[in-house]
Design a protein around this ligand. Sequence first.
Ligand code: SF4
Length: 298
Amino acid sequence: MLTGIHILLTLKCTNECEHCFLHCGPSREATFTVAQLRTLIRQTEELGTVNTVYFEGGEPFLFYPLLLEGLRMVRAAGFDAGIVTNGYWATSVEDGLRWLRPIRELGIVDFSVSDDEFHHLEKNDRKAEFAFQAAQQLGIPAGTICIDPPNVSPQAAEGRRGKPVVGGGLLFKGRAAEKLTAGLPTRPCEEFTTCPHEDLLSPERVHVDAYGNVHLCQGLTMGNMWEEPLCDLVRAYDPQMHPIVGPLLRGGPARLATEHGLAMSNSYVDECHLCYTARKLLLPRFPQYLTPKQAYGL
Ligand code: SF4
């Protein structure tokens, strides 16, 4: 049952992080309008199962008035709200307080700040830390998201005793699949027989972008809610019949590649690396489900 909507308020971002699933960056567009937000909230209400709406991106604070208006709508509709940001706007704790006071008035249940090496444009960048501290001072429930760069250890993984393991918490999809996989240990395609990170059978949360795409995983959609109301999309979602989700459920990214007759390399870093690479090859065949092209760096 769908209980969470994550609004990709914009694909524009201050940074071009190497691990970004959606290839966001300063040159990207795709920003919601107020009218689109209104439509999304109304359709979410009609669904009747959602309790939490997140604002993320890209960097949602780049469109601060829009973020506030969206929050107002979400709270007026009775949903809990959350925000994910890189905190670029908190040039000091004092400044951060000014950005966050209006948000505290509206009330949010989660304020997550990405604070790791990937998000820091400059050495000793403390803006994420300032944003987090400002949220804490205001009593806003806050946390940090920290992704480590990939590291390779000889530590044994289950069933792979003695083989190198890639750690760091990264998933190799989006820009990470293209920028961060070089030189990392790989495993044979046949080993990737599940999607370990998304509940594709019965998704509890989806991401929605300004084009109306309803993402099951970044760049993999159940359909477009500007073309078909969200209620109808969710009701009609048949995972086994979906040309991408069906194979993934039957046998993971390995099955996705074989069912569609793709010529792949022999080995990949993880499930997402194979899945993303296969999906990119399938873009011309399934443009209605593998979209937007920006999610594939195009
Ligand atoms: S395996 Fe594919 S569908 Fe599953 S999380 Fe990774 S990229 Fe997404």
